[in-house]
Design a protein. Structure first.
Length: 99
């Protein structure tokens, strides 16, 4: 996926503000079922919030990098335990502002 411009990221952050987390990563970490659910959510919604329950900051960053790599999604924002991911689907449900 291509990089997004600052206005596009700002737009996606504002769109994500009202979203509830659709995927939660708990003590078991990232399992196959978590990845499958995240794939479905990204395909259906394009912009999703993920709640990550990791006590260690390094562990949380590893999980975020792993999720982005496995799903080919872009990290839009992280606040506390919340991660916002974006991946445009073939149907393009979200119209991004021009660069």
């Amino acid at each position: 996926m291509t990089q997004l411009s600052k206005p596009q990221i700002k737009f996606l952050k504002s769109e994500a503000h009202a979203l509830k987390p659709v995927v939660m990563i708990g003590g078991n970490g990232v399992t196959e079922s978590v990845l499958e659910e995240l794939e479905r959510a990204l395909e259906h919604h394009e912009l999703v919030k993920v709640k990550i329950r990791a006590e260690d900051r390094d562990e949380k960053h590893e999980i975020i990098d792993y999720l982005c790599e496995k799903t080919n999604a872009l990290k839009i924002n992280t606040i506390g335990h919340m991660l916002v991911l974006f991946r445009q689907s073939k149907d393009k449900k979200i119209t991004l502002p021009k660069r």
